[in-house]
Design a protein around this ligand. Structure first.
Ligand code: AMP
Length: 191
């Protein structure tokens, strides 16, 4: 089974490219952001806790997030082909927990695909997404906070992935979504 981490700043296209991989390879997809948004919609206890953090552009505490991820991993696997982690890990503690959880299941991270996009492009995309999807955390103020959280808490993970020998960069060079997705798919085909 292949475990793929899709990594990148807010708006870099983690969700979009994950969906392309799901379509092409039939992998399971775990988006922790989607899991949390579903909990909020359902009005669960967890959703109530998550909402406070998400609306502030802050990360859900590691301990809580790691517990959620482990449950989803054990429940969501449908075919054993592969899993795409989208939006997790976001901190070093989460990465260490993921490594441990996978090892306990005889698994490991095959690749961390780091999507690299210019920050101006990211901001434009997120503001556009705000108009289309109406995501509560896609307003300019919260977006700025999310970038800040990304740079301070999440980006340091690149070094961690590098040390693990799994990091690969995929730079967005201004082409179409499809062209970029093709790059990602081609790489995964070779895993
Ligand atoms: P996303 O859809 O991945 O951009 O996630 C939206 C929001 O959900 C983030 O800004 C965080 O508040 C929260 N979130 C998602 N994944 C995580 C995670 N792995 N750790 C902590 N918070 C998360």
């Amino acid at each position: 089974m292949i475990n793929i981490v899709i990594f990148g700043a807010p708006g870099s296209g983690k969700g979009t490219n994950s969906a392309e991989l799901v379509k092409r390879f039939g992998y399971d997809h775990i988006s922790t952001g989607d899991v949390l948004r579903a909990e909020i919609k359902a009005g669960s206890e967890l959703g109530k806790i998550a909402q406070g953090y998400i609306s502030q552009g802050q990360l859900i505490p590691d301990e809580l997030m790691i517990g959620i991820l482990t449950n989803v991993y054990d429940e969501k696997l449908t075919n054993g082909k592969g899993v795409i982690f989208d939006g997790f890990p976001r901190t070093i503690a989460q990465a260490e927990a993921l490594k441990k959880m996978l090892a306990e299941r005889g698994q490991k991270i095959a690749i961390a695909m780091n999507i690299v996009v210019d920050e101006k492009v990211l901001m434009d995309r997120l503001l556009k997404r705000a108009e289309i999807e109406g995501r509560a955390d896609d307003n300019e103020e919260t977006i700025k906070k999310r970038f800040n959280v990304y740079y301070t808490q999440t980006q340091p993970l690149l070094k961690w992935f590098e040390k693990e020998g799994v990091l690969e960069d995929f730079a967005y060079d201004g082409g179409t979504r499809e062209e970029f997705a093709a790059k990602i798919i081609n790489r995964v085909e070779k895993l």
